[in-house]
Design a protein around this ligand. Structure first.
Ligand code: ATP
Ligand code: MG
Length: 137
């Protein structure tokens, strides 16, 4: 059993598709073990995406992630890290496979609806960034 971190990004929250996205996870064997809605500060977003600090799109990424509330979740299930990435689809929604969350709900590579941890190790770091142990049940 694995845990992974999922974020429903500001574009998808604004569109009102939180329920539809959560439903994709639940109907594909991923259980919601923790969930909250919050507004990221510049410092929060910068720290969360610190690995991308040197990338040319870092400023836009932080601006986008702080442009409205997000929903953060711990998803739990068999192969949760890979399963979540599979349900999300490619980073660029134009390249995302039909039926994936990004193909169905995202507009562009910046506004791409969801985040998912890319490894088990990063999943633990990202979960600890957002949640206390007593919030994960
Ligand atoms: P995420 O980490 O958000 O789940 P990802 O793992 O699919 O997405 P990363 O390579 O980690 O993709 O990039 C993090 C985020 O930075 C992407 O979701 C996207 O919004 C943005 N991003 C990545 N590459 C570009 C790019 N070339 N131009 C603009 N934004 C980009
Ligand atoms: Mg990533």
């Amino acid at each position: 059993m694995e845990q992974t971190l999922s974020i429903i990004k500001p574009d998808a929250v604004k569109k009102g598709v939180i329920g539809q996205i959560v439903s994709r996870f639940e109907s594909n064997g991923l259980r919601v073990a923790a969930m909250k809605k919050l507004q990221l500060s510049d410092a929060d977003a910068g720290e969360f995406y610190a690995v991308h600090k040197e990338r040319p799109f870092f400023g836009e990424l932080v601006e986008f992630m702080t442009s409205g509330p997000v929903v953060v979740m711990v998803l739990e299930g068999e192969d949760a890290v890979a399963k979540n990435r599979e349900l999300m689809g490619a980073t660029n929604p134009k390249e995302a496979e039909a039926g994936t969350i990004r193909a169905d709900f995202a507009e562009s590579i910046d506004a791409n609806a969801v985040h998912g941890s890319d490894s088990l190790e990063n999943a633990q770091i990202e979960i600890n960034f957002f949640f206390a142990q007593r919030e994960i049940v």
